[in-house]
Design a protein around this ligand. Structure first.
Ligand code: PDD
Length: 285
């Protein structure tokens, strides 16, 4: 029987239950460590706990147990689980909320989970007993696969929180070349001289269903020109209108960015025309 630790208690693995509303499950919103323990001796324990505390602080999870408490949990997992050589897995998520909303919740206790699993005996400095690895190579795309609607959303959550903490409804993101990519949970557009401009689909943005429907409706209707091309920060600042789209927002007009008005600071006429068309045709999809 595997004994695990969950939220303050030790229990059989099969009794450990976490809500599907846990933000670790919904957003990948948590921090973890894996610490080896050879014949009961933890290796690198202090630095592992220090890195965990640093990670928790960096993602704004207000949680800190001292090394004495973590060591006692690790010792109990080592004592109560079989195997000479174990790794201890520690995981703190932001906790279980009542709703799925990107911003950090108030008054939610982090979920704390730990368990032990068997690992091979410690490597020995002896060529005869050591097997060399074969590896492959590829471009480092972590995590630039924004076109995949993955639940690994901690990056998005942190970007959403950036705006939310300032009283904003969303955060618009730019790449290292000052080109707009998308919002933390939506696609983004500018309107200039009546033309709607939005970044092209690639691995840096999610191919939003609302984006697809909107561009399709505008193309069929024909009165509003659309360009799919990169949009610089300067163009965003000089735009007549800025919009966001997502399934829950449809087309949301942005009237202020970083405290500055977009255009004349009022909701634009091109937005009105586009949202009117979208409202009329969305049921066709
Ligand atoms: N977000 N880009 C990102 C990063 C998103 O998370 C979303 C959707 C979109 C728009 O996609 P669509 O039009 O298919 O909803 C673009 C959802 C609403 C969310 O995470 O709550």
């Amino acid at each position: 029987m595997t004994t695990v630790f969950l939220n303050g208690a030790f229990m059989p693995m099969e009794d450990a239950k976490i809500s599907p509303m846990d933000r670790g499950f919904l957003f990948g919103d948590g921090i973890y460590e894996v610490i080896p323990a050879y014949r009961g001796e933890l290796v690198g324990f202090g630095p592992h706990i220090a890195r965990m505390n640093q990670g928790l602080q960096l993602v704004g999870i207000d949680f800190k147990w001292d090394v004495v408490k973590w060591r006692a949990i690790c010792a109990e997992l080592i004592a109560s689980n079989q195997g000479d050589n174990l790794a201890i897995y520690l995981h703190v998520s932001r906790g279980t909320d009542s709703k799925r909303f990107h911003a950090y919740p108030d008054n939610v206790a982090p979920t704390v989970f730990a368990y032990a699993f068997e690992i091979p005996a410690a490597p020995v400095p002896d060529k005869a007993q050591t097997k060399g690895y074969k590896v492959a190579t590829t471009e480092d795309l972590r995590w630039q696969r924004c076109h995949i609607k993955s639940t690994a959303l901690l990056g998005n959550v942190m970007h959403f929180q950036h705006g939310f903490a300032q009283g904003c409804n969303e955060t618009i993101l730019f790449n290292a070349h000052n080109q707009m990519t998308e919002g933390s949970a939506c696609n983004a557009y500018i309107v200039k001289d009546g033309v709607v401009i939005t970044p092209p689909l690639d691995n840096h943005i999610l191919p939003g269903i609302t984006r697809f429907m909107l561009l399709d409706i505008l193309a069929k209707h024909g009165a509003i020109e659309v360009q799919e091309r990169s949009v610089t920060m300067d163009e965003v600042c000089a735009a007549d209108e800025v919009w966001l789209t997502s399934s829950s927002k449809e087309i949301a007009p942005v009237v202020e960015i970083d405290g500055q008005p977009v255009g004349d600071g009022e909701i634009g006429d091109v937005w009105l025309a586009a949202q009117t068309l979208y409202t009329a045709h969305k049921a066709e999809y």
